[in-house]
Design a protein around this ligand. Sequence first.
Ligand code: HEC
Ligand code: HEC
Ligand code: HEC
Ligand code: HEC
Ligand code: HEC
Ligand code: HEC
Ligand code: HEC
Ligand code: HEC
Length: 425
Amino acid sequence: MRLPALLLSAGVLAVIGCAGPDGPATYVGGSACVSCHEPETAAWTGSDHDLAMDQATDSTVLAPFGGEAAEHAGLRTTFFRDGARFMVRTDGPDGSPQDFEVRYVFGVRPLQQYLVPLPNGRLQALPFAWDTRPGEHAWFHLYPDDSVTTRDPLHWTGAFQNWNHMCADCHSTNLVKGYDADAKAFSTTWSDIDVSCEACHGPGSGHVAWARKRSRFPLLVPEPDTLTEKAMGLVVSIHDRAIWAWEMDSTTGIARRTRPRGATQDLPTCARCHSRRASLRPEYAFGRPFEDTHVVEPPVPPLYHADGQVLEEDYVYASFLQSRMYRAGVTCGNCHDPHGLRARADGNLLCRTCHDAARFDTTSHHGHRPGTPGSLCVDCHMPETTYMGVDARRDHSFSTPRPALSQVTGVPNACTGCHAERTDE
Ligand code: HEC
Ligand code: HEC
Ligand code: HEC
Ligand code: HEC
Ligand code: HEC
Ligand code: HEC
Ligand code: HEC
Ligand code: HEC
């Protein structure tokens, strides 16, 4: 757009000049995005990302804290209120029963955990969780078969249940651990308590400056379609415009990409938290390959079954890397809406967007009557394993059930997983 010469006064130019993105972008908090991005905010609000962590209040705490008691390894724990405070009486760092205040809730579906502050800036995760599934409401222990003593690092006051070091990175935005090795103390900070906009889109100060400038001087800034994310001040481009570039291949009955998967799309963004991995550096590098900053656990025993099916709590990413779908350019966003987190379509319709129904959604493919258990694509290609006591998660390696392989290697398969009364033979 050309600007009338009259308007091009020195004053205007000066304002525009200093609004440019100077230095590295910083976090502004998800609330800064709401006013301009209502649909994305509405979808995200109430999602599991929104609810990944919160202050403990009457509206966030799902357990009753009404004097219930739970027993583990001969020790009794009670949950109660002290005025507005949520309290727990349980074995403390020295093994003797003490009262602790619950300050934060952690996770939401299908279970909620509770965090308790201990000295030196530590937050610790209680071993009892609340089952939030409708009709199932109850307290349960996350390690029902182990009798964990205070000396065990798995004890809730120990290193493995330390939120600052073990959990915080994946449940909040812009988390800085702030560990002081000399003082053996944490001063951990975040800019959003939950998985908010900038956890995926990167720090937003440059973009907000660009957007404000644009609304103040609309004629000076080109329309969005002519802009790259970079020109909009965004540090990462995860808006893969080629995400829907799929076309059915009638010979295979499987869609294929008409344009290659973008270089910086959602996969590394999601992998950062949805993978079993170690961090090489404290900071995640937005827009860089995920492997620049993290090492993913390879899908081998003892974390996985011998054929790469999930065994331990592996999250999703390394499973997905094994599948031909990954190789053919499918991304997380093909199946999941990244804001609302719902699947893009229900049941077999999701898979049928790329797998010809006439070939795959038929009794000749899956051997079951349509609409009965055993006829859903996910029944065989994404079997469930239950973690944290109550959370059934689906395998993202998209393998096929092979009872003959199970006979040789002992790996599970979806057929006898369901037909428990049958042998692999
Ligand atoms: C003052 C208004 C404003 C604010 C505040 C704002 N944006 Fe934007 N944003 C825009 C405009 C205008 C565009 C251009 C595209 C459009 O309107 O769809 C845009 C585009 C984007 C895009 C890219 C869309 C694409 O086409 O690829 C993302 C992602 C985005 N914003 C995220 C954010 C995040 C995250 C925040 C908060 C840190 C934020 N925005 C704050 C106005 C704003
Ligand atoms: C900063 C870490 C982080 C990033 C980045 C992230 N997630 Fe998550 N995600 C989480 C956490 C933590 C939960 C669980 C929150 C809870 O249960 O309250 C979750 C939950 C989910 C769920 C719901 C799981 C369920 O049990 O139904 C889906 C689906 C999901 N994420 C998909 C994605 C996708 C797709 C991306 C990338 C576009 C992504 N996530 C990026 C941390 C992250
Ligand atoms: C590598 C990133 C990561 C770390 C570290 C992590 N979580 Fe999570 N957490 C997730 C993701 C991703 C989900 C959603 C899992 C899903 O549904 O597949 C989740 C879900 C949860 C849930 C919700 C219930 C559920 O199963 O969906 C709770 C509670 C939880 N985590 C507690 C913890 C605690 C306590 C720690 C530390 C001991 C921890 N998490 C460490 C990524 C992480
Ligand atoms: C879990 C990661 C994640 C979170 C959290 C997240 N986004 Fe996004 N966002 C994405 C991905 C991935 C895309 C690209 C979607 C696509 O290609 O369909 C996207 C796209 C967008 C777009 C462009 C939409 C379009 O169609 O042009 C805007 C605007 C946006 N996000 C704003 C936000 C705002 C505001 C928030 C916070 C309320 C937010 N996002 C939170 C991952 C995320
Ligand atoms: C965006 C398109 C797309 C969607 C949606 C999709 N697929 Fe695929 N699928 C593919 C492509 C492409 C391949 C690889 C074909 C090839 O290698 O020639 C594939 C391959 C597969 C394979 C073989 C994997 C292997 O490693 O041997 C299975 C099984 C499969 N898909 C199941 C599913 C299921 C189940 C769903 C729904 C939950 C689904 N697909 C949704 C595109 C898709
Ligand atoms: C009852 C179990 C079962 C169900 C349900 C099922 N499949 Fe399969 N699927 C299999 C088996 C077994 C194979 C391997 C067939 C072979 O190797 O001959 C397979 C193979 C595939 C392949 C790989 C084909 C290739 O070219 O290599 C795709 C893609 C696939 N299924 C997609 C789907 C989709 C989409 C659905 C849902 C509409 C579905 N399947 C439902 C058991 C099932
Ligand atoms: C081909 C489709 C497809 C792709 C690709 C895909 N998912 Fe999923 N995902 C599903 C389906 C179907 C479910 C089960 C949803 C349900 O039961 O509501 C699921 C469930 C999940 C869950 C909930 C916990 C679980 O494991 O059941 C998370 C978290 C998740 N996906 C994250 C991801 C991430 C991250 C990626 C990319 C690395 C990804 N998904 C790629 C189809 C897909
Ligand atoms: C999600 C659970 C589930 C999975 C996975 C599943 N089935 Fe089934 N299957 C069923 C149910 C339920 C029936 C009975 C359906 C009916 O009455 O029509 C059935 C029926 C059958 C039958 C006919 C009745 C019988 O019991 O003889 C055969 C054969 C069979 N399944 C084989 C398989 C094989 C092989 C696989 C793996 C490729 C498989 N099923 C995977 C649930 C499942």
